[in-house]
Design a protein around this ligand. Structure first.
Ligand SMILES: Nc1ncnc2c1ncn2[C@@H]1O[C@H](COP(=O)(O)OP(=O)(O)OP(=O)(O)O)[C@@H](O)[C@H]1O
Ligand SMILES: [Mg+2]
Length: 573
């Protein structure tokens, strides 16, 4: 079709429009680029004016270093930048921009005006893309960039924009995404000259609350870890309400807001250990790495990066999140809840209830709840001392400041899970040979799967072999399981394996299977416990990692402070 046409060099305006097509999807993309320029210019105060959802006008005013007047017109040309000069700079990017094409792209799809003044200038200078002439102007040190009539010259693009309201929301989100990682800079957002949001200079934590609201703090876990080459900080929020409605996922690498599968997967994997099948938490994570170890030049919008050593980053993030989850002790939570009870005036929320449908089994071994001598001592324990059992399901305990309600099955399940996982990791699972093998009939598909995983079952303390094409034989089990219904357990494990597919990591396999075992072996509801057993369980919970949630993500215990109970009875009011 084109074989009779000569090859020609494209004119600049067309090149710029093609580039703009990649960078500027909608008005909010312009805001992102302008804010990044202001940040690179060391601005401390940035104001963003939006009109008509950003379609009519976007103006960004900063108090940064300004653009020298002899470079003003050049800044609108493509591939002009003061951020990198050579290949080694490109490999070591510390600024937000570096491609030297944002202003040229914006200029190709808007009417653009820049007013700028450096500290050395006596007055400001102005340039616009109508004549590209630099003229003396009035103005303070810093830069004002104003983009009007966005996409007016590209009706096809314009057609795809949504309502003013939706575009405004995108614009505000673009500011927030950047503001989260720059708490030392103040941001003010105006819509039609009315201030709609302002974020004053503060620290990271306060900026998160200013943007996402205080609720994100409830049930949140702080993440913080560093080594010689990387550091990570941020928070994970278990607030069910927030996770359900928003599921915030903010990921920053060297303060750049990015999407990254490696880090997101590491966070999900760490969390899968405490909440199978549940939504992962909301997170705001800041990762700082050596600029040399990443490549930002992956996508024109610069919101993706490539790690040179992705696996090292994955392991680092996984460890940091795991540490954060396990170091959040029961003591911290009780203290936190007491504090928030004191702060909040009215709490009418009925704590989440857990409904379970388990049947009573007399044959369960008591061994699982080994009672040590000192479980009934008079020491002050975070989860207090047991006082009663409620409907064979919950343990009621009191500490010096309130009432604790423990879901005994959920709590015990977590304890067994962590113990099994530790012994599996250290290869110290004690096994017990059965006097006669247990034969169970099952689907042929599962018997075949067993052949594939036989060795792996051995590592978990089982000796299970195919018996006939549609039955399996269990010869040996982990000692911890003696007295339990293991034939169903073996089939459940195989079912679980067959549903998982091959894509997940071996550690994830093991954890899920260990979780199935833990669920089978923990004390069932309706089992009467002696007060010593209840205290033994409480003490175990206090020293077990992640014992605040069972392996399915349900809470294992709730706490009502006396203050809160007094309030419910309107005492002292
Ligand atoms: N607000 C500002 N304050 C000071 N200098 C600015 C500002 N905005 C732009 N500049 C100057 O104009 C140049 C061109 O900006 P532009 O955004 O097009 O490119 P860049 O930021 O270098 O790279 P990228 O295309 O990746 O954003 C910048 O390199 C910078 O020198
Ligand atoms: Mg830029």
């Amino acid at each position: 079709m084109y074989n009779n046409r000569p090859i020609l060099q494209l004119p600049d305006y067309l090149i710029n429009q093609i580039a703009a097509g990649e960078i500027i999807e909608r008005p909010s993309s312009i805001i992102k680029e302008l804010l990044e320029n202001s940040i690179d210019a060391n601005s401390m105060n940035i104001e963003i004016y939006i009109d008509g959802g950003g379609i009519k006008n976007i103006t960004v005013i900063d108090d940064g270093m300004g653009i020298p007047h002899n470079e003003l017109s050049l800044s609108l040309q493509r591939h002009t930048t003061n951020k990198i000069y050579n290949l080694s700079d490109l490999r070591n990017i510390t600024s937000m921009g570096f491609r030297g094409e944002a202003l040229a792209s914006i200029s190709s799809i808007t009417r653009l005006e820049i007013i700028s003044r450096t500290k050395k200038d006596n007055h400001a200078w102005q340039v616009s893309n109508t004549d590209f002439l630099v003229k003396p102007w009035q103005g303070k040190v810093g830069t004002i960039v104003s983009a009007n009539q966005i996409f007016d010259n590209i009706p096809a693009r314009r057609k795809f924009l949504r309502s003013e309201y939706t575009e405004l929301a995108h614009c505000i989100t673009a500011v927030e995404n950047i503001a989260l990682a720059h708490p030392k800079i103040s941001f003010k957002i105006y819509n039609k000259n009315q201030i709609v949001k302002q974020f004053l200079k503060t620290d990271y934590e306060q900026r998160i609350y200013d943007i996402l609201g205080k609720k994100i703090q409830e049930n949140s876990i702080k993440v913080s870890m560093s080594n010689e080459i990387m550091e990570i900080s941020g928070i994970l929020s278990n607030n069910a309400d927030i996770n359900h409605k928003h599921n915030y996922r903010y990921l920053y690498v060297n303060k750049r807001y990015i999407h990254d599968r490696i880090i997101t997967h590491a966070i999900k994997t760490a969390y899968s250990d405490i909440s199978y099948g549940r939504q992962p938490p909301s997170f705001i994570i800041f990762l700082n790495v050596d600029p040399d170890s990443i490549d930002i030049n992956v996508h024109p919008t610069k919101n993706e990066i490539r790690f040179l050593t992705g696996n090292v980053v994955y392991q680092f993030v996984l460890k940091a999140i795991n540490n954060a989850i396990s170091s959040f002790s029961i003591k911290d939570i009780v203290a936190h809840k007491e504090k928030s009870d004191n702060q909040e005036e009215s709490i009418n929320r009925v704590p989440e209830q857990v409904s379970m449908d388990y049947t009573y089994s007399n044959t369960e071994s008591l061994e699982l709840l080994t009672v040590s001598e000192d479980v009934n001592d008079n020491k002050e324990h975070p989860l207090g001392l047991a006082i009663a059992q409620l409907h064979g399901t919950y343990i009621l305990a009191q500490n010096s400041s309130g009432l604790i309600i423990v879901d005994m099955h959920a709590a015990h399940e977590r304890i067994i899970y962590e113990e099994l996982k530790d012994s599996f990791k250290s290869r110290k699972i004690q096994t017990q040979k059965l006097l006669s093998p247990i034969i169970s009939r099952t689907k042929e598909k599962l018997v075949q799967l067993l052949e594939e995983y036989e060795e792996w079952f051995n590592m978990l303390g089982f000796e299970i072999k195919p018996y006939t094409p549609d039955s399996i034989a269990i010869y040996c089990i982990p000692s911890l399981l003696s007295g339990h219904d293991v034939d169903n357990l073996a089939i459940d494990m195989l079912e679980e394996l067959s549903s998982m597919g091959h894509s997940i990591l071996i550690e994830e396999y093991s954890n899920r299977i260990i979780s199935t075992i833990a669920c089978h072996c923990s004390v069932r509801a309706n089992r009467k416990l002696h007060i010593n057993e209840m205290n033994a369980l409480l003490r175990k919970m206090e020293t077990t990692r992640r014992s605040n949630q069972c392996n399915h993500g349900r809470p294992t215990w709730l706490y009502w402070s006396l203050k809160h109970i007094d309030k419910m009875f309107l005492r002292g009011q």
